[in-house]
Design a protein around this ligand. Structure first.
Ligand SMILES: Cc1cc2nc3c(=O)[nH]c(=O)nc-3n(C[C@H](O)[C@H](O)[C@H](O)COP(=O)(O)O)c2cc1C
Length: 201
């Protein structure tokens, strides 16, 4: 069966450092035979979560816009690459807004308990976080990881790997980074092989 990979670009900057890194990951995945698709959050239309908690009773979101369409779409893929640059030491508003809107899935899982992911299902769904940052600090991505962990947990994906590149200011962009683009391509190739081998076993 063809492995389906979706990349979400949470950068408002089209074809910048983060989307370019994501593109290399998706090219690697495609090279291994995956069907790949990319969602640009900037061009989608959704509002932040209102915190009304209606989903805690119904398991559904009362707001009808692109967020639910995106979430349902990504939950049907085998590998999800979530990409965001570091803004103010965290993920972008576009991505955080989408993650918050997955609260209705969280409610199905933790409050209503109508959604249960088996361990094999989680293992077959791989989540990868892709990020870039201007500063050279080792810990510049640290505040982003918990939100990504929460998102992958909510949607039933194993948090499989990170592809992160700091010090963009010194490298003058992702194309000046010595290893990140090749790493992204290789990791895209490899994750598709891993998922393919799980499906066979
Ligand atoms: C609004 C804004 C906030 C930023 N905040 C940080 C930050 O807190 N730490 C950091 O290392 N880089 C920060 N940066 C730099 C970006 O993370 C970096 O340039 C990144 O590679 C941009 O990716 P892009 O080309 O996909 O937009 C910020 C950039 C912008 C525009």
């Amino acid at each position: 069966m063809t492995v389906k990979v979706i990349g979400i670009s949470g950068s408002p900057h089209r074809h910048g450092n983060t989307e370019t890194l994501l593109d290399n990951f998706l090219s690697g995945a495609s090279h291994s035979g995956a069907e790949v698709d990319k969602i640009i959050l900037r061009s989608m239309d959704y509002t932040p979560c209102r915190g009304c908690n209606a989903c805690h009773k119904t398991g559904e979101c009362i707001v009808q816009d692109d967020a639910e369409v995106i979430i349902e779409r990504v939950m049907s893929c085998d590998c999800l690459a979530v990409a965001s640059p570091i803004y103010s030491m965290g993920i972008t508003a576009e991505l955080k807004g989408l993650i918050d809107r997955a609260q209705y899935i969280w409610a199905q899982k933790f409050i209503l308990k109508t959604l249960i992911y088996s361990d094999p299902l989680i293992r077959r769904h791989k989540g990868v976080f892709i990020s870039t940052a201007g500063l050279p600090w080792e810990h510049v991505f640290d505040a982003a990881f918990p939100a990504i962990t929460a998102f992958f947990n909510t949607i039933g994906f194993e948090y499989y790997d990170n592809i992160i590149a700091n010090d963009m200011d010194t490298h003058k962009g992702i194309r000046g980074h010595p290893t990140a683009l090749a790493e992204a391509f290789e990791k895209g190739e490899n994750v598709v092989r891993v998922i393919g081998s799980l499906e066979k076993s």
